[in-house]
Design a protein around this ligand. Structure first.
Ligand code: S3P
Length: 430
């Protein structure tokens, strides 16, 4: 399916952003590992999360929708008869490999679509094998893993990956041996926060080597109610659209504003966008707030590598904002973008070039030479990547000529209501 974004007037009103994808996967998986019932409100109903629901059902766990909530009846897992298809979702497969690793007697094979089958898996397999899990030594899916009684580990999490950290913590629930992850650059900490919600506290020590995240002595989870905040990685598109479109002023309520996810807001603010946070509160251990963005002329940015983990999925959206800034923007530390759902560094450079913007990938640094306005008028290749599709439709809303994307169906991976939400604030996307 192709979609076209046509430039028009300002964007105004409230953007209804769905639940956070990372927290949705975790609520389902932790709920499936817990004793008793977990009720989840605000769950993201998108293809990646549906892949997690199908996967935990394949392990014999009952999941059902109840009005607007989802209920997971946790307990013992059984070995699935068929390979578990994780679709396009890296979080599904990497977290589930960790969970299964620590469950003696459970055995599963994992598969995925072409994109997921090309993504690196050794980063999870190596630490899980060191803990004693029986996994074949393969860089790519399909991979089979047999749960075992594991030993402990102290793993240095470089490059910073919340999926790898979470896989190790989940595997560690099956042992009483010491399990810790050292992070010179912190990655998102939703697993740590949510494990505590499920009754399993995780300690975090700030040391000269970085943060050390350790499981405590209590390693069993108890089912509970979890409320999920709105996803900052999805909100990035309407918020950037407002920042680059004259006269715009939009609000997104109930946004997750965990400081390990707010790198985009901090960067847009430094570029001159007006961003206001209000009504801050705690929801299931996470900070949420209402976020309002007003348009203002944007200056170029210089983002250093340390900030990237807090905005890793928002880089395509930030690149669009940089295209509308007047001058050279520099974003460092992007090597991980090469191994996301597509080679996002290459895809961003190619998409910007097609729209008349000069950009280069210089090693792991992205340089974008903005001129304050963007021509557009291109058919952009999304490389089957949901975030590339949404980023270039966002660009088209403020360009001089419409922008078409070649494959918009993948948007359902993370933000199925994207077009509806963008239209509700005045965007022209057909
Ligand atoms: C995620 C972690 C990040 C992020 C991904 C979701 C998570 O990946 O890009 O979309 O839910 O833990 P890495 O762990 O590869 O950095």
């Amino acid at each position: 399916m192709k979609l076209t974004a046509t430039p028009g007037g300002s964007l105004n009103g409230e953007a209804a952003i769905p639940g956070d994808k990372s927290c949705s996967h975790r609520a389902l998986i932790f709920g499936a590992m817990a004793d008793g019932e977990t009720r989840i409100s605000g769950l993201l109903e998108a293809d990646d999360v549906l892949a997690t629901i199908r996967a935990i059902e394949a392990f014999g766990i009952a999941v059902e929708r109840d009005g607007d909530d989802w209920i997971v009846r946790g307990g013992s897992w059984t070995s699935p008869e068929e390979p578990v298809d994780c679709g396009n979702s890296g979080t599904t497969v990497r977290l589930l490999m960790g969970a299964v690793a620590g469950m003696p007697g459970v055995r599963a094979s994992f598969t995925g679509d072409a994109s997921l089958s090309a993504r690196p898996m050794k980063r999870v397999i190596t630490p899980l094998s060191r803990m004693g899990a029986a996994i074949e030594d393969s860089e790519h899916l399909p991979i089979t893993i047999a749960g075992a009684r594991l030993g402990g580990i102290e793993h240095r999490n470089v490059p910073a990956s919340a999926q790898v950290k979470s896989a190790i913590l989940l595997a560690g629930l099956g042992t009483l041996a010491p399990v810790s992850v050292v992070e010179p650059f912190p990655s998102r900490d939703h697993s740590e926060i949510m494990l505590a919600q499920f009754g399993c506290p995780v300690s975090v020590d700030d040391t000269p080597e970085g943060w050390i995240i350790s499981l405590g002595e209590k390693r069993s989870l108890a089912g509970r109610a979890i409320a999920i905040g709105a996803d900052p990685s999805s909100a990035a598109f309407p918020l950037v659209a407002a920042a680059i479109t004259a006269g715009s002023d939009i609000m997104a309520r109930g946004m997750l504003v965990n400081p390990l996810r707010t790198g985009l807001y901090e960067t847009l603010e430094a570029m001159g966008a007006e961003i206001e946070l209000s009504n801050e509160r705690i929801k299931s251990g996470e900070i949420v707030a209402d976020v309002r963005v007003h348009h203002a002329p944007l200056a170029p940015c210089h983002v250093h590598a340390e900030r990237i983990p807090a905005m890793i999925d928002e880089v395509p959206a930030l690149a669009v904002a940089c295209a509308f800034a007047d001058g050279e923007s520099v974003i460092e530390g992007l090597s991980e973008l090469r191994v996301k759902e597509s080679d996002r560094l290459g895809a961003v450079v190619a998409g910007l070039a097609a729209c008349g913007v000069t950009a280069i990938a210089d090693g792991s640094t992205l340089r974008i030479f903005g001129r304050g306005k963007v021509r557009g008028g291109a058919d952009v290749a999304t490389q089957g990547d949901h975030r590339m599709a949404m980023a270039f439709l966002t660009l088209g809303l403020a360009a001089e000529q419409p922008v078409e994307v070649d494959e918009a169906g993948m948007i359902g991976t993370s933000f199925p209501s994207f077009v509806e939400v963008m239209k509700s604030i005045g965007a022209d996307i057909e």
